[in-house]
Design a protein around this ligand. Sequence first.
Ligand SMILES: Nc1nc2c(ncn2[C@@H]2O[C@H](COP(=O)(O)OP(=O)(O)O)[C@@H](O)[C@H]2O)c(=O)[nH]1
Ligand SMILES: [Mg+2]
Length: 383
Amino acid sequence: MSKIFDIIKAPKVIKEQAENIGEVAEDAKSFNIKKIIDEALEKIGQVNIIIAGKTGVGKSTLVNAVFKGNLAETGVGKPVTQTMKEYSKEGEPVHIFDTKGFELGNALTIREELKSEIEKRKKLGDMKKQIHLAWFCISNDGKRVEKAEIEFINDLAKEIPVVVVLTKTLDTSLEFYNIVKDECREATNVIRVLAQPYETPIGTIPAMGLEELIDHTYEIVPDIAKAALAASQKVNESITKKAVDKIIAVAASSAAAIGATPIPFSDAVLLAPVQIGMIASICKVMKVDADRAFLTTIITSAAGVLGATITGRTVVRGLIKCIPGAGTVIGGSISAVTASLLTTGMGYAFYNAVRTAQGKSIEDITAKDLGEAFKEELKKVKF
Ligand SMILES: Nc1nc2c(ncn2[C@@H]2O[C@H](COP(=O)(O)OP(=O)(O)O)[C@@H](O)[C@H]2O)c(=O)[nH]1
Ligand SMILES: [Mg+2]
């Protein structure tokens, strides 16, 4: 609660946001749901990660274990430099830059090429195109690290954050980990993982460390890449929640700005693009594959509106009416606090609805079911 009031009290934020309100008003009037969704997805951004390390240490296995879409197997890499290929998949906001096996003799070439690629992208000024960090993989089974690798890591860390990933961790000994930690001083962390369970004659060693790797990576990537990381990974629930919190906070502050601006048709309808955009972003981060038809069905069935007649006004009125006690604000102008509270309530109601639907482990969540669950959650919002 206090967070919301902090946002509302910040006049600078409100002023900045108010400058966009003309645009928001235009969107609200035309209620172009496709445009709202496209913009929300655009805001999810992209995360660009370099994977380096010797052949066979488990780079591809790691990428496939962490990210959706079997990037490292099915993707045909697009050559970026002599030693680096870019893997990506339509609809997944992660791009993996896989470097050629880091064998003796080519470390220097890889290093030079990487550096100039990183520089080139920095000059573009577009955060979305930059390389955000590197995972350098060393086998924790082989327990050998070469001088060339250590130099590479400490050198690359001057350009971008480098996480050392000790792959194929089959035992709990810390000896090798401590050596690597000691040598790779510039790395942000050294993390031990086993990407896939390992079968031994006496039993299976379970996978480990992937959640920690993603937790740490989430902390060190720039803000612009956080939602994309949350949306593209499949091993860490808690960063999904963090990313959802952030989406809701941003939407609540936009809503507060709308509420605080005395414009002629200041009414619930102005909140529509903000709230629908928020819902589209939450879908993406929570891996609900929501295209326009899907989203329209969720929202209209929750709001009790017929698909054919949807407008910003009908949809938002329908949704707000579900929140007990909130009906009275419809029609009049909404204060900053009310707008913010409504938006926050709606955001978490939607998050809970998706959680509930996913918890039922329905293979394909239908839009109508999700809409019904959303409606139920809206009824629980304290307003
Ligand atoms: N069980 C298990 N096998 C692994 C793991 N990581 C790598 N491997 C195996 O090690 C071999 C090389 O892995 P790969 O991902 O192709 O290495 P890359 O050359 O660095 O991309 C493959 O046979 C993998 O199945 C792991 O975490 N668990
Ligand atoms: Mg590979």
